[in-house]
Design a binder for this molecule. Structure first.
Ligand SMILES: *Cc1c(COP(=O)(O)O)cnc(C)c1O
Length: 244
């Protein structure tokens, strides 16, 4: 099947999952997870009507920048962000960092934004599966981080992001998404000024139906649209292999 056929399949899966959850179609946005995908292919998919991509590596954002420059789209950062790459995030048109998971990164981002007189949308990434290999603030510390980031005025919290457990056990996966939803509700109850927590970015190729049932507003899909990647995910999610 072609990439565009795969895309159509995913749109149908999202639509059906919304129906099953009694949620309006259009409640859930599709983010194309485009790590390792060549810019020309991304361009084709954007021209078919998609608007949102997510990249994991600053280097890839740079490499694809020129080809995508004239094609309207939103670019979110969903990978592990090193503080020395902050200036590139802003330079190459990232509109949202979904993977904000620690205070020192938030402070440095905010500092740079203040200097440039800009604001940036962010999601707090929570490690709901408890797996060591995954980035994200621990669930116990999430509310503290949300409050600390809320105090940084050039960062605008839009919601939360998580990567669910990789497991064939549906209930174990569901637990991760439920936990994120619970943290969202607790954070909303804090009633922080100027903080919006409407977005829940959760669900990928293998588990988007469960995530939508549990309240996802953004699903991030790569493999099911673009095919298998040559690198294992640990290449993107594991600090020690963060070499690109
Ligand atoms: C790669 C990636 C995805 C997409 O995963 P697939 O299983 O390929 O759909 C989603 N979120 C993040 C953070 C990713 O790195």
């Amino acid at each position: 099947m072609s990439t565009l056929d795969n895309l159509r399949e995913i749109e149908l899966r999202i639509q059906k999952a919304c129906e099953a959850a009694n949620r309006p179609a259009g409640d859930v946005k599709l983010l194309l997870a485009t790590k390792t995908v060549p810019a020309e292919i991304i361009k084709t998919v954007l021209q078919s009507g998609q608007t949102l991509i997510g990249e994991n590596k600053v280097q890839e954002i740079k490499e694809k920048y020129e080809v995508l420059a004239d094609t309207p789209h939103q670019k979110h950062f969903i990978g592990h962000l090193q503080t020395n790459k902050i200036k590139d995030i802003l330079k190459y048109g990232v509109t949202c960092v979904q993977s904000l998971d620690r205070l020192d990164l938030a402070e440095k981002l905010n500092q740079k934004l203040v200097q440039e007189n800009k604001t940036l949308d962010v999601f707090i990434q929570v490690n709901t599966s408890g797996e060591e290999s995954k980035f994200g603030i621990s669930p116990q510390n999430a509310l503290d981080l949300i409050q600390q980031v809320a105090a940084l005025k050039n960062l605008r919290i839009q919601g939360l992001m998580t990567i669910g457990l990789f497991s064939a056990e549906e209930e174990a996966v569901r637990k991760c998404f439920r936990l994120l939803k619970n943290i969202q509700q607790e954070a909303i109850a804090l009633d922080l000024p100027d903080v919006s927590l409407t977005e829940l970015s959760m669900g990928m190729s293998g588990d988007l139906e469960i995530a939508i049932a549990e309240g996802a507003t953004i699903v991030r899909v790569g493999t099911a649209i673009f095919g298998q990647r040559i690198y294992p995910d640990s290449f993107y999610w594991n600090e020690t292999k963060d070499v690109v």
